[in-house]
Design a protein around this ligand. Structure first.
Ligand code: GTP
Ligand code: MG
Length: 370
């Protein structure tokens, strides 16, 4: 961070690299063109050339894209799995999400009003699971298109009276592309014309072979409507989580992604964030996509105010300057100035891109009119 190579430094001074290398030799340092110079050496050399070194506030875009999501094993702890439900139209995704939330959340949290924030957490056998409440395909396509990879496990819902359909196959492709394990929930087994074996047969042809048949895909037979098999499904999710050991570093500044966002008349921009690493706190300076701000208030999926959100926790926040987009990534900065600067740079860049797009659209339209 903040370092320069001999070559880069020479370029800034408008001198040949050999000049710098010679000067370094005089100082007793044997250097090559690609060698990094530390701050003290840069200052020393600059003094020699009568140049004043001003430290730039480096708008470190690269660190925003790459850092903070990788796990530091030494201090890592287990975090809850993040689960997305996918499947063909009408196969029962919404009913399943409602059923899980209803049996686990309202039963466990008497009096808690479940708020729709695009994601929720349940506790099964003392362990948390995070469910994304956004349509599975959208979660994958928009999120992944924007660079956010937030799902750990996909539950593929297939109606036992309908079987494998085009969006079932599409869901399998999405999950495979993202290298996310699939658990199959064979739904609607309460129906008289349900044929779970047929679903298993069809999915085997897609490469999802049930464990009972010698494969390695977990199948759970459920009825989302009647609440059958829900506990089994949750248990299997926890099993997959245990095997994969999803981890995070709660001591780091928070990183994560936007689940959904909107402009609230009273509260201003409101965004549901999923914390993927680190912990998010009230007062944190944050960059979210092309906007920034300070976390003013945080509300969890039960509508309760919280001061801190740990890894895999979804929270709704206020305090942003603008409305971000689903799939945007966020990052907390210790320095509010830096957050503002990065946020403003990103907003400016987005505006320029937008203008370019509008301009080219206009000229295209003009062409067609003539
Ligand atoms: P889209 O969001 O439109 O893609 O559908 P979906 O996958 O969310 O399906 P949804 O949960 O809306 O369910 C579709 C229909 O199937 C509804 O009428 C549900 O009541 C019904 N349904 C869902 N699960 C079951 C089940 O386990 N048994 C029976 N009998 N009906 C179910
Ligand atoms: Mg639905």
């Amino acid at each position: 961070s903040g370092s320069l190579t001999v070559g880069q430094f020479a370029e800034k001074l408008g001198r040949p690299s050999t000049d710098i290398i010679k000067k370094l030799m005089v100082l007793g340092v044997m250097a090559t063109k690609n060698q990094d110079l530390d701050k003290d050496t840069i200052e020393l050399l600059a003094g020699d050339y009568g140049v004043r070194v001003e430290e730039e506030v480096i708008v470190d875009e690269a660190s925003f894209e790459d850092e903070g999501l990788e796990i530091d094993e030494k201090t890592a702890v287990l975090r809850p799995p993040v689960v997305t439900i996918m499947g063909h139209v009408d196969h029962g995704k919404t009913t399943l999400l409602d059923s899980i939330r209803h049996t686990k959340v309202t039963a466990g949290e008497a009096g808690g009003i479940t708020q729709h924030i695009g994601a929720y957490q349940v506790v099964h056998e003392g362990k948390k699971i995070t469910f994304l409440d956004t349509p599975g395909h959208a979660a994958f396509t928009t999120m992944r298109a924007r660079g956010a990879e937030i799902t750990d496990i996909t539950v593929l819902v297939v109606a036992a009276d309908d079987g494998v359909m085009p969006q079932t196959v599409e869901a399998i492709h999405h999950a495979r592309a993202a290298k996310v394990p699939i658990i199959v929930a064979v739904n609607k087994i309460d129906k008289p014309n349900a044929n779970p074996d047929h679903v298993m047969q069809e999915l085997s042809e897609q490469g999802l072979v049930p464990e009972d048949w010698g494969g390695d895909t977990i199948f759970v037979k459920i009825s989302a409507k009647k609440g059958i098999g829900i506990d089994d499904l949750l248990e299997m999710i926890l099993l997959v989580a245990e095997v994969n050991e999803y981890k995070a570093n709660p001591e780091k500044p928070a990183r994560g992604a936007v689940i959904e966002a909107e402009l609230d008349k009273g509260k201003g921009p409101v965004a549901t964030l999923l914390v993927q690493n680190g912990a998010l706190r009230i007062g944190d300076a944050i960059v979210v996509g092309n906007t920034f701000g300070r976390v003013r208030a945080m509300v969890n999926d039960l509508g309760r105010r919280v001061k801190k959100a740990t890894p895999s926790t979804p929270v709704e926040i206020t305090g942003l300057n603008n409305v971000p987009q689903a799939g945007d990534q966020f990052m907390v900065f210790e320095d509010e100035k830096k957050a503002r600067q990065i946020g403003e740079t990103r907003a400016e860049r987005a505006l320029i891109t937008e203008r370019k797009e509008t301009t080219s659209k206009v000229s295209l339209d003009d062409l067609f009119e003539k």
